[in-house]
Design a protein around this ligand. Structure first.
Ligand code: ATP
Length: 270
């Protein structure tokens, strides 16, 4: 389990990016991390990965305080940064260095991911791959390291449409029940049908965190001809896409995009 208790962090002393953040992430859950540009998604992932130190509050991974930086705890977490850079070396050389630190590394998972992405296993220089290929290989490595906590920062960026589909399939296939996945993205379609929970960072409002079950039990998502009784509405050709309090006779499939818009500009009713 990952627990953040009153976590604050700012790059400048007079301005916090994250302020008194409380969150809890559990095994077997898949968290979609959403937020506008600059809302602090990457910063949050870096804090959980132990790359940044919280200025206030504490972060616990399986009950161990991340401030201790003990190897056993750090081995449980892997973050794939959005701006990762591969060194000039072969895949084999790279794995020889990385897999050493991650005892749950599984070559079979890596091979399966690469085959499905149609990437040759024998990569002589990781740095000479195309952008999309780099993202496919980096994501394949991230999945194969088998860490308990997998943090993916906009990991499907640079992938074409079939690759994004494969990205979702591989996550479904290879993520274990005891893992926690947190994936930040601006493209909610990348994670719809995959995630179990949503975390939305908002610049001037507290973080919103809820499971999809909770959201579906509280709200109805549907189409109405008017804005009567809605918590949030967006005009569309058929009338309005709306969020209302849970209604028995309304479609309740959660629309992440509508929920996100409601949370960002909906006037605080959700
Ligand atoms: N190294 C840094 N030094 C100073 N400020 C930084 C640094 N990294 C990020 N920031 C600032 O912190 C804020 C949060 O940045 P962060 O990258 O966490 O946001 P984000 O939600 O991941 O954004 P995006 O969706 O654009 O990737 C931004 O205002 C950014 O300018």
């Amino acid at each position: 389990m990952v627990e953040l208790s009153g976590v604050s962090f700012g790059y400048q002393s007079d301005k916090n990016v994250l302020d008194n953040l409380n969150l809890r992430m559990e095994e077997g859950r898949f968290y979609g991390l959403l937020g506008m540009n600059g809302s602090g998604k990457t910063t949050l992932l870096k804090l959980i990965a132990g790359k940044l130190f919280a200025h206030g509050g504490e972060i616990y991974v399986d009950g161990r305080n991340l401030r201790e930086r003990d190897v056993e705890t750090l081995q449980k977490v892997f973050m794939l940064p959005a701006d990762f850079i591969f060194p000039n070396m072969s895949l084999e050389q790279f794995l020889a260095i990385y897999s050493e630190f991650y005892p749950e590394f599984r070559k079979e998972v890596l091979n399966d991911c690469l085959v499905n992405f149609e990437i040759q296993r024998d990569i002589k220089n990781l740095n000479q791959l195309s952008l999309g290929e780099k993202h496919k290989v980096a994501f394949s490595i991230a999945l194969s390291l088998g860490t308990k906590i997998v943090l993916l920062d906009e990991a499907a960026n640079g992938m074409d449409i079939p690759a994004r589909k494969m990205f979702r399939k591989l996550l479904m296939k290879h993520v274990r029940e005891d893992q926690i996945v947190v994936l930040s993205t601006h493209i909610v379609q990348d994670i719809e049908n995959l995630l179990t929970d949503v975390i939305v960072l908002r610049k001037d409002a507290p973080v919103y965190a809820a499971s999809l079950e909770e959201i579906a039990s509280r709200y109805s998502f549907g189409i109405q001809s008017n804005e009567e009784g809605v918590l949030y509405a967006e005009a569309c050709t058929e009338g309005y896409h709306v969020i209302t309090h849970k209604q028995e006779n309304m479609d309740t499939e959660v629309s992440l995009e509508l929920l996100f818009n409601a949370l960002i500009k909906g006037g605080g009713r959700i």
